[in-house]
Design a protein around this ligand. Structure first.
Ligand code: F0G
Length: 480
């Protein structure tokens, strides 16, 4: 919730109180450097015990509510016909207006099943932007991902409120170029993860849906961050301020044929889901569920998480829950703008995205500026962020490196986990690092896996710059 202060400013204030806490420790900078070296300059390979603030992701790391935890205690572990599933299914119908629910173990599992059901070799899948696991699954099924974002989408500094929109002209062109039979579906990702958590507007979704449906092409929506996209529609789109987040989510679904999600984000659990009103899709996908995930009424999820998902789904459409992380991210972004640290604007959902292309503009893209920046952020602050740039791109089929459109260090803000003093600390350390940016150098791979290389890839600092950074830090702040 935003409260007005006497000085005229606003303050994002928590609509919850903390009842259970988890200790986190800031280890000395030399130990942070050692941990980063041992982790191959890849923040995925750090150990949690060495991390002060974990901003790698908001996925599966949100604080659950008392009601979610309580619901977990009454779960029904039946292998088949679990009551927990029926409670989830009721929640999906209530919140999304969708009749047929299929749980999966997480978001990428839903993508796997959709790829198997919808995509034939040679198909194209137009979308506002890809997500790493989405692209990997769709390409593995023989499809080609086409990103048809608007010109504004990749501008890291912008006032445009819906950078996640699809360019309608490009959508028409794709359909006429490839033919409607070659388009598996149009995919809309609610608050496009890789370009800074940027939302699309209801108007755009409506228009995309009209074009797709005129051509008999289904619209699939990735709802992993649905409550944030709905919150942005509520706060930014003309005519929607009087509609509740719940009404907005329901309306969004009326333009789509199928939704899937990772429950690890907006729903604050661990699990995934596919839901639709189209019996034909349900009948086609359901047989795949026991094969790859689990029986229809648990789909690879624990029934405890299924219960918590049903509660989380109802809670996420509360405007103060939907906006809880979004407003904190905005506060973080505004602080960095004030401090002149290059950051993606406007603030999106899921994270504060620092623009590595501008932050470390002396590092060429094939020396991974965003990877280097995430490593440097950890060494000097104990904050773990995530590389979202060229390291996160896999090579093409000929083994050529694909440089990313954007080079971002993503500092995710898990829901209801960190406080404003954590955010102030992060902003202060990023400012220090920006003032010392020339100390940061590039990275090179010493081990590069063939797919989703960002997970397990190991790198080395070109010129051992980590040491120089740690020394400069000690001069200003001491050992810690
Ligand atoms: N779609 C979107 C938009 C996502 O952000 C994610 C995951 C997935 C699908 C895959 O879901 O992890 O449950 O299998 N994003 C995480 C992140 C990993 O850190 O942003 P999953």
């Amino acid at each position: 919730m935003l409260v007005k202060l006497t000085n005229g400013k606003t303050l994002p204030i928590e609509n919850h109180k903390v009842r259970i806490v988890q200790k986190c420790e800031l280890i000395p900078v030399d130990e942070r450097l050692k941990a980063m070296e041992e982790g191959g300059y890849n923040t995925f390979l750090l150990r949690s015990k060495d991390i002060f603030m974990d901003m790698l992701t908001d996925s599966g790391t949100n604080a659950m509510s008392d009601n979610q935890l309580a619901a977990m205690m009454v779960s029904d572990d039946a292998y088949a016909g679990s009551e927990s599933f029926y409670r989830l299914s009721d929640a999906v119908e209530e919140i999304f207006g969708l009749k047929y629910s299929m749980p999966t173990h997480q978001g990428r599992a839903s993508e796997h099943l959709l790829a198997k059901y919808f995509i034939k070799p040679g198909d194209v899948i137009p979308m506002n932007y890809h997500f790493t696991t989405t692209r990997a699954h769709f390409e593995m099924a023989g499809g080609k991902v086409l990103e048809i974002y608007t010109d504004e989408a990749l501008k890291t500094t912008s006032d445009v409120q819906f950078k996640g929109n699809i360019d309608l002209k490009k959508l028409e062109d794709v359909i006429s170029k490839y033919g409607r039979d070659k388009v598996s579906f149009v995919r809309m990702e609610a608050t496009t993860n890789l370009i800074g958590g940027q939302p699309f507007s209801m108007q755009n979704l409506k228009e995309v849906s009209a074009i797709a449906h005129k051509n008999n092409i289904p619209v699939v929506i990735d709802c992993s961050l649905i409550s944030e996209n709905a919150y942005f529609i509520h706060t930014r789109e003309a005519g929607y301020n009087k509609k509740s987040v719940a009404e907005i989510v329901k309306e969004m679904m009326t333009y789509c044929d199928l939704m899937y999600l990772s429950g690890r984000k907006s729903c604050s659990v661990r699990g995934g889901l596919i839901a639709t009103n189209k019996k034909e899709y349900y009948d086609g996908i359901l047989p795949l569920l026991p094969l790859f995930e689990g029986f229809a009424t648990y789909g690879g999820m624990s029934t405890k998480e299924i219960e918590a998902m049903a509660v989380g789904m109802r809670e996420m459409v509360d405007v103060n829950v939907a906006g809880s992380s979004a407003e904190m991210i905005k506060y973080f972004v505004d602080r960095l703008v004030e401090l002149k640290v290059p950051v993606v604007t406007p603030a999106g959902g899921l994270a504060c995205h620092v623009d590595a292309m501008r932050f470390v503009d002396h590092i060429p893209q094939l020396q991974y500026p965003a990877g280097a920046l995430t490593a440097a952020i950890f060494i000097m602050s104990g904050i773990r962020s995530m590389e979202r740039g060229t390291v996160s791109m896999d090579r093409d089929q000929d083994g050529k490196e694909l440089v990313s459109d954007l080079e971002l260090a993503r500092l995710a803000v898990p829901r209801r986990v960190y406080t404003l003093s954590h955010i102030e600390y992060g902003a202060d350390r990023l400012k220090w690092l920006y003032d010392h940016r020339k100390l940061i150098g590039g990275l090179k791979f010493v081990y590069e896996p063939p797919v989703l290389r960002f997970f397990f890839g190991r790198m080395e600092a070109i010129g051992n710059w980590g040491k120089a950074l740690a020394e400069a830090y000690k001069k200003d702040f001491g050992e810690i």
